[in-house]
Design a protein around this ligand. Structure first.
Ligand code: GLN
Length: 197
């Protein structure tokens, strides 16, 4: 790919500004995506954290849900963090009535998997694909992946066995929020996917 990769951030709701800032700092041509025409112009897309129930409704009413699924099936690299991971997952457990996801990532994800007691916490994760230094991960009312199909690779797992980062072909998902730390290895890893797509 010549020049800067054009990377969109779904900007319907949630912390899309933080992702735009990180991607720009890493040298991407980062831009908000709210309309199908904007989606058609990007080489990759980040779906931010926020509230998956709201993002679901807005993506459908903005006419983005169907084109986004088609783009995913066509190989568009997409990285979902937290609510974004929920949007990317084929099956959502503890969804609200009528909630749908875009899907593509063959996992079962549970919303708000850590409950009220532990609804925000931080953990150091071993992520061999990103090097020896652990990734300091910030979880905010986070989901967790409870089941993966055979073609999904778990990239990070908590001590209790729950998966919090996973990848399948063009798709990458994390339960946590790398955009609120200073460790952008997950964003770099995603940009490598975009460059090689
Ligand atoms: N609990 C939120 C949801 O279900 C996700 C929280 C987040 O993105 N930080 O969408």
């Amino acid at each position: 790919m010549a020049g800067k990769p054009r990377v969109g951030v779904l900007a319907l709701q949630g912390d899309f500004r933080e992702h735009l800032a990180v991607l720009t700092a890493l040298g991407a041509d980062a831009r908000p995506v709210r309309r199908p025409e904007e989606l058609a112009e990007v080489d990759g897309l980040v779906i931010p954290g926020g509230e998956s129930t709201v993002m679901d409704k807005l993506s459908r009413s903005f006419g983005l849900a169907e084109p986004l699924r088609a783009a995913i099936d066509d190989g568009l690299p997409v990285y979902g963090t937290c609510a974004g991971l929920i949007m990317l997952s084929d099956t959502v457990l503890d969804a609200i009535e009528g909630q749908r996801s875009i899907g593509g990532l063959a996992v079962k994800v549970r919303r708000n998997a850590f409950g009220n007691q532990n609804d925000s916490f931080e953990a150091d994760l071993d992520v061999p694909q990103l090097g020896d230094e652990p990734v300091h991960a910030v979880f905010i009312r986070a989901p967790a992946i409870e089941e993966v199909s055979a073609d999904v690779t778990a990239l990070a797992t908590l001590d209790d066995g729950r998966i919090v980062a996973a990848e399948q072909g063009n798709l990458l998902g994390t339960s946590f929020h790398p955009e609120v730390t200073n460790d952008y290895r997950f964003h770099r890893y995603f940009l490598d996917k975009v460059r090689s797509a």
